[in-house]
Design a protein around this ligand. Structure first.
Ligand code: TRP
Ligand code: SF4
Length: 405
């Protein structure tokens, strides 16, 4: 991929430590991370504080879950040489930024995030009327804004959280981005474009702000963009000023929707631990073989001679993930013509899944044998993450007036 050197390519994503991961995580999330690490500056982290918001009653398993999950990341091909891997609770600045952002976060914004009510209903046996749980998406905003990330690869359910993050960034910038440096920077940019242009810009800005004149807005933007004396940063500053915004202290991130088809579980529903229908990334080959063999198929195929329809069979979407075009054709034709039975149809699929598990297990092996290796990777990642977090917190602490020495 070709990139403009000024483009922000920083990418951040987090995962709650739920323990060993399954093929849904692998095909739905991790393969995408592995692709992204080639072209983007990636930060992937263990969202352990987020996990604690719902599993505060069960803290004993956290440690085990964290390391099992990180090993699965590495086993999937996430490369610590290319991406930075860290643990959220190792960077205390996330908590500080969460706190500072909370000062300008209206309660209603959090109460309206769809996952707040949904999860409370879904996990009704748990008391989620907590301050920590309400703050879940704000903590996520702090995670994202801390790294001034441009891209946040997430599944559909997380898009409202990224949307909230954008609103929080805008609000933070509006409150705190107009400090003394702001006025000076505006003056400087104005003098660079000269008296005539700056006079015209100011009057267009006034027309836009006082009369809501969209045309004046467009002309002012055109004027800024076409001014050869201005740097990219200055253009951004002025376009914010035009709209009454402050300096973009914290840039607004964009959600990068992961378009992976949902991996079906052993019963045809979405693969999920809570449905008890998973194949783990590092599962027992014997168990996999048995489980796939006993997967339900198109109910119309009672006898070997009954033709079937792959569209009605939970095994088919797995073929679509695992089998090449020729095998898929073989399945479609054979199923409809009843030229073989379901046991036969599943055979090449089982082989492919086992081959993939072999590769995954091979990559996991050194880390399973030497857990200290995994800890080193995380310590190194935490260090790299801390460096960026410190830069951001310097900007943020000054902006909110917490700079005394
Ligand atoms: N809430 C996310 C999830 O449940 C995990 C997460 C926490 C996250 N912080 C994040 C994802 C920051 C992306 C960016 O999947
Ligand atoms: Fe499913 Fe294959 Fe059986 Fe058809 S032949 S019903 S696709 S398992």
């Amino acid at each position: 991929m070709e990139f403009d050197s000024t483009e922000n390519r920083r990418t951040l994503s987090g995962m709650r430590p739920t323990g060993k991961l399954h093929l849904g995580h692998y095909h739905g999330v991790l393969k995408n991370w592995v692709r992204m690490q080639e072209d983007y500056e990636c930060f992937f982290f263990v969202a352990d504080w987020h996990a604690l918001t719902t599993s505060y009653d069960n803290p004993e398993t956290m440690g085990e879950h964290v390391w099992d999950m990180v090993i699965d990341w590495l086993a999937a091909g996430v490369d610590p040489e290319k991406a930075t891997l860290f643990i959220q609770s190792g960077i205390l600045e996330h908590a500080e930024l969460h706190l500072l952002l909370s000062m300008v976060t209206p309660l209603g914004w959090l109460e309206r995030v769809p996952s707040f009510k949904e999860q409370q209903q879904r996990l009704a046996d748990k008391d989620l009327s907590t301050y920590g749980f309400l703050g879940y998406p704000l903590l996520q905003s702090a995670d994202i804004l801390m790294y001034r990330a441009a891209h946040v690869p997430v599944g559909e359910d997380q898009v409202p959280h990224v949307e909230l993050t954008r609103e929080i960034a805008r609000r933070f910038n509006a409150f705190f981005g107009k400090g003394p440096g702001f006025e000076q920077d505006i003056e400087k940019a104005m003098s660079q474009i000269g008296k005539k242009a700056s006079g015209r810009f100011r009057s267009l800005r006034r027309r836009f702000n006082e009369q809501g004149d969209r045309d004046a807005h467009a002309q002012a933007l055109e004027l800024i963009r076409g001014a050869p004396q201005l740097t990219g940063d200055q253009k951004q500053l002025l376009s914010g000023y035009l709209e009454g915004r402050g300096k973009a202290l914290l840039p607004e991130p964009a959600a990068l929707l992961t378009e992976a088809a949902k991996t079906p579980g052993l019963d045809g529903q979405k693969m999920s631990k809570s449905y008890g229908n998973i194949i783990a990334m590092r599962d027992d080959p014997k168990r996999i073989e048995k489980a796939v063999r006993s997967m339900p198929t198109d109910p119309a195929r009672v006898r070997l001679t009954d033709p079937g329809d792959p569209g009605k069979c939970p095994v088919w979407p797995l073929h679509r993930i695992y089998s090449d075009a020729a095998t898929c054709e073989w399945v479609e034709a054979g199923c409809r013509a009843a030229s073989f039975g379901c046991v036969e149809c599943k055979r090449p699929l089982i082989r492919k899944i086992l081959e993939e598990q072999e590769e995954i297990r091979e990559r996991a092996e050194p880390y399973v044998a030497r857990p200290a290796l995994v800890k080193e990777i995380i310590l190194d990642g935490n260090e790299r993450a801390t460096r960026i977090a410190n830069e951001t917190m310097d900007i943020v602490r000054s902006a909110v007036g917490m700079r005394y020495f």
